[in-house]
Design a binder for this molecule. Sequence first.
Ligand code: PLP
Length: 401
Amino acid sequence: MKMSNRISSFQASPIRRLVPYAREAKSKGIHVIHLNIGQPDILTPDEALDAIHKYDEKIIEYGLSEGELELRKGLLSYYRNFGIEGLDEDNILITTGGSEAIQFSLMTLCDPYDEFIIPEPYYTNVATFANIAMVTLVPVTSRMEDGFRLPDISEFESKINKKTMGILLCSPNNPTGHVYSEVELRELLELCRKHDIFLVVDEVYREFCYDGKSFTSVLSFPEYADRVICIDSFSKRFSMCGARVGAIVTRNKEVLENALKLAQARLCPPMVEQKAAAQALTAPAKYVEDVRTCYEKRRNTLIKAMQRIPGVRCSMPKGAFYFVADLPVDDAEKFALFMLRDFNWEGNTVMFAPAEDFYVTKGMGHTQARFAYVINEDELALAAKCLEEGLKAYRKIVMHS
Ligand SMILES: Cc1ncc(COP(=O)(O)O)c(C=O)c1O
């Protein structure tokens, strides 16, 4: 049967599309270490789990399309702890994960064939959200040799034209780990004001900044209120990825009134999980602080081990829990397949995400891969050993070098 041309042009996620090969390897008894996906092994706060265990409604009813008031009010106090003042509950639309928040934002701001500028490498699932909204992503390239810092503001400006509706950033960044400074954000906001476009910032990794680096939220610039949209999520912060709770936060009420039309069509975000999310916000500050410290240690362990592998290049990420590495191979996807299908070291192998699809520009990232450090340090050290041995084997068997 024929399906739409549109769906055949969509990508299968590079984070998940090799899963059948991982499953096959596991069925042969091989231990597959997952560095491909940002699924933390961190325990969800008790406060959130208790809310689910104690849920005692007799019917799980539909709720408000904009999200339950308890949760939106809880988020207001949470943002105040980040020094973000002057928001009210009508500035928040609860979504089914940060994913839906990105989707709703693009649909609300853009007509088909409008453009959004995005630094690449970028969170690859945005490609699908842009495809659904028929929005063209226009890349500005951040480079490994510059530590993936924000490209010059003039590069952003050179991409702005009549179709440009906004710039989409992710800070701390998935996949590069870059954290945008207050100065960088202000420069971009000025540019957006000059050209009357939006700045959308995905801050789902807000808490995870390392080396004492401070985080600046795009919501802390009330003077640019109308053009600022923040994407948020409970998935990573409270290790509740499966709960599917996120948010769009903006002082531009017209944006939210329009996004609400999309929210009404999908009726409401998950009700039980919203209760859990509201309670997660009451977890002691120590919960998130301990998680942050844990990721920082994991980052140090994996980056140090990777930097010791001959031919591997990667720089120290400053936030989130990912980094991009350049590998001494001809094709990172082929190597990823080799690791799952044809290789193991003492019964272990590694799954990672080839980075090519994290770029809009064709041909970029061909030898790069994204790695997530969301598992314990022993497993990370073992993963690095497997990669080192896997690279030796691949270069010998496949590249004949
Ligand atoms: C940068 C970024 N934004 C948004 C999401 C989506 O998160 P969720 O839909 O689970 O809230 C992710 C998930 O990995 C992400 O890395």
